[in-house]
Ligand binder design. Sequence first.
Ligand SMILES: Nc1ncnc2c1ncn2[C@@H]1O[C@H](COP(=O)(O)OP(=O)(O)OP(=O)(O)O)[C@@H](O)[C@H]1O
Ligand SMILES: [Mg+2]
Length: 230
Amino acid sequence: MDIINTNNLGKTYLHKDGKVDAIKNITIAVEKGSFVTITGPSGSGKTTLLLTLAGLIRPTSGAFSFLEKELTHVHDCELAQFRRKNVGFIMQSFALIPYLTTIQNVMMPLALNKISKQKQKEIATSVLETVGLENRLNHLPRELSAGQQQRVAIARAMVNSPSLIFADEPTGNLDPMLAVEILDFLKEINEKNKITVIMVTHSPVAAAYGNVKIHLDKGEIKSINEKIIK
Ligand SMILES: Nc1ncnc2c1ncn2[C@@H]1O[C@H](COP(=O)(O)OP(=O)(O)OP(=O)(O)O)[C@@H](O)[C@H]1O
Ligand SMILES: [Mg+2]
């Protein structure tokens, strides 16, 4: 079954210095449980594609759907609901809230879902155990190593049991050993928890983790699994 479908998806940014066609004619079908990697030169539209598929920015042309439900023109609140229920997002810069502790950062998405504080703590603690941070619950981000911060970010992305995890260069700031550890971990939750992962990366090592490898150039799909599209 497909979890995501797009049809000629496009995003044009309107900027005071002129229009930018960041992505165009993106037509893909992502099967549930896939591990998708997106590569391409800087400025080729990778982040734009990720943000669009995650419902964080609106496409300007074409259509996209989640489990066969069209999301292109739904109301903002419905799109927000889609994100809350189904999407986990991991950014390159971790994007942890600096004045919240490990456990508080991980509880954040649950607070948005109206779950009791006690239950939030239980769920967050168990997810933090999965990423090996059960003894860092009350540390602030600045009191953690880079790899630990990235694991907090992964725990936060997983905590609401999303069906999709989007990751933008999740290992960009990590040393190669740590990067492999994080990638192995993403692969494990992909396989064990059947979470579909869509990951942007510059690294060939990271890209090799994908079973669907999309390469972008100038906003368009150049190849899928090394098969040239145009
Ligand atoms: N908010 C914005 N307004 C206007 N133009 C934008 C905006 N965001 C991105 N762009 C432009 O859209 C194009 C695609 O940007 P995007 O961030 O998707 O690239 P990328 O492939 O993720 O690059 P990188 O590898 O450097 O992160 C770029 O030319 C960029 O300048
Ligand atoms: Mg980017």
